[in-house]
Structure formats: C-alpha cells, structure tokens
Design a protein around this ligand. Structure first.
Ligand SMILES: Cc1cc2nc3c(=O)[nH]c(=O)nc-3n(C[C@H](O)[C@H](O)[C@H](O)COP(=O)(O)OP(=O)(O)OC[C@H]3O[C@@H](n4cnc5c(N)ncnc54)[C@H](O)[C@@H]3O)c2cc1C
Length: 385
C-alpha cells in the first residue's frame, strides 16, 4: 500500500517516521515548528533495540559511525565504590551491540540526511487537524492546508494535538525530578565509558561520545521550576565533592553549555495511540522518564513498526490497529519500568531505603544487570516488506 502522510514534529521520532515511510514508498512532509534546528538534545544513549531500528531504517551504518560504544563503567556511590559493573562486551555478544552514546544533533542530522531536503518544512506550527473528509486528514497551515491519507503526531511530551485528540486525558505531569546536562568543552581522560552515581535524591552520570568528549547529567529530586543564577556553581556545590571524575567533568564544562529541564512524563497511559487516520508516536504517545535511556529508542521502534504495518497490511485502518496493538503495551511497560527505576534511583532519599537498595544491587547475581538491559533492548524490528 502506498500513500501520503504529514508528520507533525521534526524530532527524532518524526524524522525517523519520515525515513521509514519513504522507504515503503509513501510521500511524506514533516512540519516542524522550530524556525531553526538547534541542538536541543545534548546526548543520548541508544540500546540495541534503537540501533536495530536505525538499521531497519537504512541508517545503521551512519549511526554506528557517529556513535561510541559504551563498554565499561557501571553504578557507584558518591564515595566511588561500585554497586554494579557494566559489561558492554557481554551485551554485544548477546545483542550484537552494547549501549552506544550519540549526540542528539548527530542522530538528528543523519536522519535528516536520509531525507530529501524538501521533505522537512521548518518554522511551521500545527495547531489543529480536520478529519471531516472520509479517508483523509487536512492539516491547516497558515492560510492554506495540506491533505494526506495519514497524519503522524510526533510533537513531543507537551503535544498540543494529543490534548485535542484525547481531551479527557490529563496530559503530562512533573516526574519529581529535574535534570541538568553539560557537554565537556574538550575530551576528558575517563577510566570508564558510562557511569551512574546514586546519592541522596540525586544521580550524577556521564556518557562518552565518538569525539572523546563526554556528557554529564545530574538528575535531582526537586520541585519544578527551580533555576540557578550560576548553574555550574550550583552543580559544583552539590556534586563537587563526589568521586572522580565528577569534579573534572564539571571543570571541563563551560557555564553556558549547561541545559536544564524539568522532566515530565505521561504517567496516565493513553487509551489509544490512534484516532481515525491520526497516529501518535514518540514522546507524544508515551513520554517517559529518562531513567532507562529508552525514550529515543522507543520512538525509533514506533517509526519502524508503523512503516512495517503500512507496508504489509491491506488498509490504513488495519495498519494503525496493528501499530496500536504492537506499540502501546510495550512502550507503556517500558515507561512504567523507567518510572520505577527513577523511584529506586535518584528519587530515593531515606537513608535506610538507600542502604537496602545499595545492598540489593551489590548482592544481585552476576548477569542481573545484563538481564535487566536485555528485558527491553532485545527487540527485533518487523520487516518493512
Ligand atoms: C534529560 C533527558 C535525557 C534523555 N536521555 C535519553 C537517552 O539517554 N536515551 C534515549 O533513548 N532517550 C533519552 N531521552 C528521551 C528522548 O530524547 C526522547 O524520548 C526522544 O527524543 C523523543 O523524540 P520525539 O521526536 O518523540 O519528541 P521531541 O524530540 O520532543 O520532538 C518533538 C518535535 O515536535 C516539534 N513540535 C512540537 N509541537 C509542534 C507543533 N504544534 N507543530 C509542529 N512541530 C511541533 C518540536 O519543536 C520538536 O522538534 C532523554 C530525554 C530527556 C529529557
């Protein structure tokens, strides 16, 4: 089946969808409200499921070149003792790929490069959809409108269109934690690729990129809306006495390179990912907390699953029903697990609960970390036909 689609939102999810739909022969236009494509995302980790999705989209080789595999590291306490160790080589043996670190901008660029330039229209905000014509969806844009067989809503966690499609849904809620992230100005000598350190109501972590630089993040349990006049100084005061290389990572960061976001999620699962010929995807459908590093990988799975369903099902309706059946249970269970991981990680503040958690993690049988990653990373993309 071939057809036409308008994708609302040119983030990782929207662009990946456009790549997938073009691979199955659909005409696609992506409408992105931002007038300039800025590097809004810092860095992300991708698990094997995200990498396999990128391979299915035909950009696996480009992604592997731009990404850096994370072989060593693990989870620590602020004093530096290890709770668990990451075994990237074992993950690679099990899944064909360890976790990789990639700059959001690099992933965005390689998806953009897989599309003809006219496919992505920036500076265009979509405020409403019109499904009154049977079998078509109109997308009002300024004084005119686009019309397509299908509209993909990929406009992120604060999706405006989701609220119109599901007016009874409460929408995103604050997760209880805020995240600060910084990219080092230059490569920093690091003993391991990927680390997380759990302290009282906070997590500090880093991930390394192909150019030798690293991104650190600090997830902090806090009310929403708190901002610091000097963010880096606030980070030094909170984390500067934690183990190496945390002070060195902060020292290698320029003050204006620190991003600060309050984390929102869709705590109430959506009752459906489709409404007529409109389909939700990525954070618009299942925004989750970043604690499992699965948000982008889930958006990539959505994109491949949607393209595969449209390629093989006889009608758009049956394809969307299949997409909803395949994607909703899985992505919502990943979101639940991510929330739970946050509760047991950076959101924990009671000293006894933290001590019990640390003991349980330390004593977990070897292979438990691998099994935890495999639970979601071991996903096989459906065929695009
Ligand atoms: C701190 C943090 C760390 C993260 N770390 C990881 C990680 O390590 N691994 C991982 O896999 N994921 C991670 N994620 C999640 C990941 O970044 C997202 O899940 C993923 O990028 C979702 O992409 P998306 O395309 O669905 O949404 P978005 O990236 O939000 O894109 C939505 C796009 O839609 C546009 N838009 C919005 N409204 C409109 C409109 N009305 N009309 C037109 N355009 C519109 C926006 O400008 C935006 O470009 C993290 C997220 C956060 C906040």
């Amino acid at each position: 089946m071939s057809g036409s689609a308008v994708v609302v939102g040119g983030g990782i999810g929207g662009l990946a969808t456009a790549v997938g739909l073009r691979r199955i022969g659909w005409e696609v236009t992506v409408l992105e409200r931002a007038p300039v494509l800025a590097d809004v995302g810092g860095g992300i980790s991708l698990h094997a499921n995200g990498i396999r999705a990128l391979e299915a989209l035909g950009v696996g080789a480009a992604a592997r070149t731009a990404a850096r595999p994370q072989y060593t590291g693990g989870t620590r306490t602020p004093g530096g003792s290890w709770l668990t160790r990451l075994d990237g080589a074992a993950l690679e043996r099990a899944l064909g790929a360890p976790v990789v670190g990639i700059r959001w901008a690099a992933l965005h660029r390689l998806l953009r490069e897989a599309l003809p330039s006219e496919c992505l229209v920036i500076g265009t905000e979509v405020a409403a959809l019109d499904s009154s014509i049977p079998g078509r969806v109109r997308v009002p844009v300024g004084d005119s409108a686009l019309e397509a067989d299908l509209v993909v809503v990929a406009d992120g966690v604060h999706s405006r269109l989701r609220g119109r499609l599901f007016p009874d849904h409460p929408g995103p809620v604050y997760s209880g934690s805020t995240v600060l992230r910084g990219l080092t100005e230059h490569p920093v000598p690091l003993a391991s690729d990927l680390e997380l350190t759990w302290g009282k109501g906070a997590e500090f972590g880093h991930i390394t990129f192909a150019d030798g630089r690293a991104e650190w993040h600090a997830v902090i349990k806090a009310p929403p809306g708190i901002r610091h006049a000097d963010t880096l100084a606030a980070m030094r005061s909170r984390f500067g006495h934690w183990h190496d290389p945390i002070p060195a990572l902060l020292d290698a960061t320029l003050p204006d390179a620190v991003l600060h976001h309050d984390i929102h999620e869709l705590a109430t699962p959506l009752p459906a990912f489709t409404a007529g010929r409109v389909v939700l995807l990525g954070d618009a459908a299942h925004a989750m907390t970043p604690n499992l590093g699965q948000g982008a990988s889930q958006a990539l799975e959505d994109a491949v699953t949607l393209a595969a369903a449209l390629a093989t099902e006889p009608t758009v309706e049956s394809a969307l029903a299949r997409y909803d059946a395949e994607r909703r249970p899985r992505s919502q269970s990943v979101a639940r697990a991510a929330r739970q991981a946050g509760r047991l990680g950076p959101l924990l503040t009671h000293p006894l609960a933290m001590a019990l958690r640390n003991t349980a993690v330390r004593l977990a049988p070897s292979g438990a970390t691998i099994r935890a990653v495999l639970r979601f990373a071991d996903w096989t993309p459906p065929s695009l036909g």
